[in-house]
Design a protein around this ligand. Structure first.
Ligand SMILES: Nc1nc2c(ncn2[C@@H]2O[C@H](COP(=O)(O)OP(=O)(O)OP(=O)(O)O)[C@@H](O)[C@H]2O)c(=O)[nH]1
Ligand SMILES: [Mg+2]
Length: 367
């Protein structure tokens, strides 16, 4: 999944530190001191700009994400909030480049170029520090997005039910997933994916956090992820009940939730009563994920709904490979280039571009 490649979002100080170093190197190339200061001012503005644009490019275009991932990002952080922070970074990118260019022109005419250089440093630092909170927030988002599970284009069973009923115990038995199993509710806090190899194909199981039977607006972030998985990626929903009520919730509310979920999804739903080693409920398919009794029968029931591999339509909606805008080009690539070879690389690129208006990592529409 491309999310994994999202680069770290640096802090304001890291951006400034690296940009100053890059500009100082450019400055050293000039023998004339006055021209060296001018070069520094221009280079530092461009370096900060490039880094900020690189951050924006590292994020997916949320409107083009498959619905499941878009919803998860929205549930976890709020897409509008993420977009606002990216907007703030874009705003800073635009202004840092302008500041660099304007002050470089001033420097050319100034009696004391060092004063202009110091002014440029102060203004750029202030501008980047203004978006420091946004940078921290975006890095937090990045750290979570890059660990989102990869939903493959395969027959998908989403396991749902109240907390503590044995959802993770089931997926642990039937697939490669190794989720935490514990005797308290909301052990599973996010979406976990496990696979199972059949003779001709691989199917996937999605373990979800428990959901409580309550109005949609009262559901927390953890429960909403489960609902999103059921609505967006399930080919079959396996709804697990715990008639022993050892989970801590009465059957009445569990059944109410089952009815609600049934009304929400438009894929087959299989209902199974777990913990048959403690209590077997009449009228339901039963299993014990502890002893393993009945688990194979549940699996067979699930597979009844699986089309033959050739009949499966490709699930374009969950193809996560399309959303990222561009392969980001790390402006740090030429950062600490001490060898001649490293220094030459960006020069080669510039042969294809207009000087000054386009530099490594910049997109004209973002400037
Ligand atoms: N006796 C018995 N206990 C079970 C069985 N299946 C699960 N448990 C126990 O029930 C508790 C909850 O199991 P989990 O698999 O973590 O349940 P879950 O539905 O994933 O829970 P959340 O992630 O919190 O929603 C654990 O203590 C399990 O050992 C079963 O078939 N029989
Ligand atoms: Mg669980």
């Amino acid at each position: 999944m491309e999310f994994e490649k999202m680069p770290t979002v640096p802090t304001a100080d890291e951006i400034l530190d690296r940009s100053f170093r890059r500009a100082a190197k450019k400055m050293k190339e000039k023998t004339n001191k006055e021209r060296a200061n001018e070069e520094f001012v221009r280079a530092v503005g461009a370096a900060v700009h490039d880094r900020l644009v690189y951050i924006i490019r590292g994020f997916p275009e949320f409107d083009k994400l498959p619905p499941f991932y878009r919803e998860l990002a929205d549930i976890l952080y709020g897409i509008e909030k993420i977009k606002m922070s990216l907007g703030a970074v874009g705003w800073a990118a635009k202004h840092t480049k302008m500041i660099g260019n304007q002050l470089a022109v001033q420097s050319r005419k100034a009696a004391d170029t060092l004063i202009v250089r110091k002014r440029a440093v102060a203004r750029l630092a202030s501008m980047v520090h203004q978006i420091d909170k946004d940078l921290h927030f975006l890095n937090e988002v990045r750290n979570v997005l890059r660990h989102l599970p990869n939903v493959e284009d395969a027959f998908t069973i989403v396991i749902a039910g109240y907390p503590n009923v044995g959802k993770s115990s089931f997926i642990k038995r039937v697939s490669s997933a190794a989720p935490e199993v514990a005797a308290y509710p909301f052990t599973t806090k996010g979406i976990i994916i496990g696979h199972r190899d059949l003779p001709r194909e691989r199917i996937q199981f999605v373990d979800t956090p428990g959901i409580l039977d309550r109005p949609a607006e009262e559901r927390n972030q953890i429960e909403r992820q489960a609902l999103s998985a059921m609505m967006n990626v399930a080919d079959v929903v396996l709804f697990i009940l715990d008639p022993s009520e050892h989970c801590g919730y009465p059957m009445k509310v569990q059944l109410h939730l089952r009815d609600e979920v049934k009304g929400m999804v438009n894929v087959p739903m299989i209902v199974v009563a777990n913990k048959s080693d403690i209590m077997a409920a009449e009228g339901y398919m039963t299993m014990s994920t502890q002893s393993g009794d009945g688990v194979e029968a549940v699996l067979a029931e699930i597979l009844v709904h699986k089309p033959e591999p050739a009949e499966r339509k490709r699930r374009v909606a969950v193809d996560i490979r399309t959303p990222l805008r561009l392969e980001p080009e790390d402006p740090d690539m030429d950062d600490d280039a001490d060898s001649d070879e490293k220094v030459k690389k960006p020069k080669k690129k510039r042969l294809h571009r207009k000087p000054r208006t386009t530099r490594a990592g910049m997109t004209p529409e973002l400037i």
